[in-house]
Write a protein that binds this ligand. Sequence first.
Ligand code: 13P
Ligand code: SF4
Length: 303
Amino acid sequence: MGENLIEKILKLKKEKNIIILAHYYQPAEIQDLADFVGDSYYLSEIARECKEEIIVFCGVKFMGESAKVLSPNKTVLMPCEDAGCTMADMASSKAVVELKEKYPNAYVVCYINSTYDVKAHCDVTVTSSSALKILKNVPNEQIIFLPDRNLGGYISEFFPGKEFILWDGFCRCHNKISREDILKAKEEYKDAKVLVHPECPKEIRYMADYIGSTSGIIDYATNDSCNEFIIGTEEGILHELKNKNPNKKFIIPGDRICCQDMKKTTLGNLYDTLLNMKNEIILNEDIRKKALRSLENMHKLGK
Ligand code: 13P
Ligand code: SF4
C-alpha cells in the first residue's frame, strides 16, 4: 500500500510538474520522496529560485507562507492545512507594533518562524543558519529580536556592543531539553559530542560542542572524526544524519524531541494534495508586499 502510494505521488508530481520541498524534521518517507530536503534558509531559496510553478511544501505554515511571499506567482500547497508552529504563534503583529513604538530606533529582526503579518512589520527575517551573517550587516545599536528568546539570546552574545530587546517566545520541543537529559546521555556515551540547535535554552547551549542550524548539525557530524553524537534538536533530523553517516551513532537526549506539527504530513495527505491541489496558501496582497521586504533583505544580507 505504502509503496503504491509513493509511486502514485511520484507519477502525479511528474505529470503536473510539481516540486516537493521537505524540511529535515519531516517524516522519513516524506524526506525520501522530496526533490529537495533542507533547513529553512535553503528551502526558502529553492522555493524562490525554482522554475516549477507549483510547490508542495512539506513543513509548517510559516515555510509555505514565506515561499508564497517570495514567489507570488507560484502556487504553494501544503499537505496539512493546520501544520503550524507554536513558536510562530507566540508573536502577534499588534504586539510587534506596540514594541516598535517603545523602541523607535531599533532595527526589527524576526526569525523565519513567524507569521507573514508579523514579518510585514520587521526590517529583516533571519534563519538559524543566516542570523549571524545578517546581524553583522546591521549598523543599529538597538535590535528587537522575535519571537525566539533562545536564538535571540544566542545571537546577542556575538554582539556585546548592541542592546537586544528579546521577545519571550520559544519552541516547546527545544526548550524542554534539560541539563539532566544531556548529562544522562553523556554518562552512557562518554566520548559523544553534543550538537544542539540555537532554539535550545542557554544552559543547553553552554554544554554543547557545536551550536547550529539543522544543516549545520548535519555537516558538523558528517565532517567530524567523532563517531558518537548527542543531538539537541527535533528527531526527524536523524534520518539525514544516518543516511550520511551509517556507521556513526546518534542519540536524542531525554525521551523524544518531536514536533507534532512537522509530523502531520503523511503519504496520504501528500497524495491528496497533489491529486486535488488542496490547501493552497493564499495571502493578503498588501501584507505580503510588506513581508516581502523583510524576506528579500534576508536573501540580500544572508548571501
Ligand atoms: P532550521 O532548519 O533552519 O535550523 O530550523 C529549525 C526549525 O525549527 C524549523 O522550524
Ligand atoms: Fe516550530 Fe519548534 Fe516545530 Fe520548529 S520544531 S516548527 S520551532 S514548534
